[in-house]
Design a protein around this ligand. Structure first.
Ligand SMILES: Nc1ncnc2c1ncn2[C@@H]1O[C@H](COP(=O)(O)OP(=O)(O)OP(=O)(O)O)[C@@H](O)[C@H]1O
Length: 386
């Protein structure tokens, strides 16, 4: 086979190398600089987006493997350089697909379904449910992103294993790669994740942020983070009815809301309030998830550690005056597997999928995944003639 023919084949093989952060073939990202083949030896020049790109080693190894798997190539060498400023700029424009810089891709005309996960009080398992739902949806083949906007307890990176343990045994969230003004969200279990915790080293700092700062941060997450085309975007909100919930309501008024609560009837008041605030900003409530619903015992009985009926009560109250009732989407039992999966960074829907908590969360994921995309709420771009 001629060198030119082998050269073509190497290029074709490189189309199978996916940038792990951007999740597109490197050939589409103009990362392949050159391919030369001589006497069965291929030399591939690749351009990384930035110096010290965390995905560099993986891309290099994948390129080497792709080149050496081509018939006619005995061995290969990979030469790595870094994009110039202009090349980076061209790439970010290409990824934005011509959309204006700093526009929110999740506006009312977007095909991405947005779910804001909220709760009345803290510690009810909102982040755990969000992380598991995201992973369960991605496992079904959907393109999923999570924005962790829980300024008081940004736990999503830890729940998904996106932690950097190299610094003195600490568990700081990994830092996202930045290409020009574009932020590439780290990917875990096929879910693209961005978190306030990825931008600060001192967790105490963000908690003191005031409303405008929080608003700017959420807005920046929506405009500057490259999620690509998503089927579903989940937002993990801080508990309660504070500034972030209101900002998200303003920035994503067409989002649907999932209210997480516990079986404790006393928690129903605050959970109901968080739903009402969401509704006031134009969002609609898709359903209630009751978490920590009973502890299965070895004799088959269930111990209602946190009482019972809280989820149904919140759903009943949020249904008042609505055309269609707000359903309880699931009752997720207390589960050691769910807790330990979160601690280990591998959500229970992957680590122990037959655990009853995993099964309950998967049922919600199934419901979200198969939900028809109605045109309700989408602007038709026409106005009646008067
Ligand atoms: N069903 C469950 N069974 C056992 N443990 C659970 C369950 N749900 C959540 N947990 C545990 O409860 C703790 C709180 O969960 P999580 O951080 O998800 O709550 P949260 O509502 O997001 O809290 P906050 O909003 O305050 O950050 C975690 O340690 C988690 O592992």
């Amino acid at each position: 086979m001629s060198d030119a023919r082998v050269n073509e084949r190497v290029l074709a093989a490189l189309a199978g190398v996916i940038d792990p952060e951007i999740r597109k073939p490197i050939t589409e990202l103009d990362m392949v600089d050159s391919v030369t083949v001589a006497d069965g030896h291929a030399t591939v020049g690749i351009r990384l987006t930035i110096a010290g790109c965390p995905a560099a080693a993986r891309i290099e190894a994948d390129v080497l493997h792709a080149a050496e798997s081509v018939t006619g190539v005995g061995n290969a060498t990979v030469e790595v350089t870094v994009m110039t400023r202009e090349q980076r700029q061209a790439l970010t424009e290409k990824l934005r697909g011509g959309a204006a810089a700093r526009s929110n891709p999740f506006g009312p005309d977007s095909l991405t379904r947005v779910y804001a996960v909220t709760s009345g009080k803290g510690g009810v398992g909102k982040s755990t449910i969000t992380a598991n739902l995201g992973v369960a949806l991605a496992h079904r083949g959907l393109r999923v992103g999570i924005i962790d906007a829980d300024v008081y307890g940004f736990s999503i990176p830890g729940l998904l294993g996106l932690v950097d343990t190299s610094v003195g045994g600490s568990r700081l969230a990994v830092k996202p790669t930045q290409v020009g003004e574009m932020i590439l969200p780290p990917v875990a279990h096929d879910v693209k994740v961005i978190s306030i915790g990825m931008f600060i080293d001192d967790p105490a700092a963000a908690v003191a942020w005031r409303g405008p700062m929080l608003h700017r941060t959420i807005s920046q997450f929506l405009t500057d983070v490259y999620f690509g085309d998503l089927d579903i975007l989940l937002l993990d909100l801080p508990p309660g009815t504070g500034d972030v919930a209101i900002s998200v309501g303003q920035l994503l008024p067409h989002a649907d809301v999932l209210v997480v609560t516990t079986p404790q009837p006393a928690a129903a008041d605050v959970a109901e309030r968080s739903g009402i605030v969401a509704r006031q900003t134009g969002q609609s409530i898709y359903g209630v998830i009751e978490n920590m619903s009973g502890l299965p015992q070895s004799d088959g009985s269930v111990l209602d550690l946190f009482g019972s009926g809280g989820g149904a009560e919140v759903a009943r109250r949020l249904s008042a005056g609505q055309d269609s009732p707000v359903p309880v989407l699931a009752q997720v039992p207390l589960s050691v597997s769910l807790r330990s999966g979160g601690d280990a960074g591998t959500p229970v829907v992957l680590s122990d999928p037959t655990d009853p908590a995993a099964v309950a969360i998967q049922a919600v994921a199934q419901r979200l995944a198969t939900r028809a995309r109605g045109l309700a709420g989408l602007s038709l771009g026409i106005s009646p003639r008067i």
